[in-house]
Write a protein of this length. Structure first.
Length: 94
C-alpha cells in the first residue's frame, strides 16, 4: 500500500517497548496516512496493554476510513489474536 507507514515491532510488547511503539503510532493516528502496517515478525510476546494498543489504533483508523494491518505474525502471537477474536477485527497476514 503506497504511502502506508510500516512499523516493526520487536521483542516483548510491554513496558518501555510498548511506550516506544505508542510514541511511533500516535503521530500516525493523528496524521493522514491511509493506514498503518505493524510488522510483527520479531514480536515474542504481547500483553493485554499491547493488545489494547492494537485495538485503539485499529478503531481510530477505522473510524476515519483507514486500516490497521498486522503482518508477519508469529504463530504464538497469532494464536492469542485468534483466541480473543482480533482476527475478525484486523486484516492479518503471516
Amino acid at each position: 500500500m503506497p504511502g502506508v507507514p510500516v512499523l516493526t515491532v520487536q521483542g516483548d510488547l510491554v513496558g518501555e517497548n510498548l511506550a516506544a511503539l505508542e510514541r511511533e503510532v500516535d503521530p500516525i493516528l493523528a496524521g493522514q496516512a491511509p493506514g498503518l502496517v505493524l510488522d510483527l515478525a520479531e514480536l515474542r510476546f504481547v500483553g493485554s496493554e499491547g493488545l489494547g494498543l492494537f485495538v485503539r489504533a485499529g478503531k481510530t483508523l477505522n473510524e476515519e476510513g483507514r486500516v490497521l494491518v498486522l503482518a508477519r505474525i508469529p504463530r504464538q502471537v497469532e494464536r492469542v489474536l485468534r483466541a480473543i477474536g482480533l482476527d475478525q477485527v484486523f486484516p492479518m497476514f503471516r
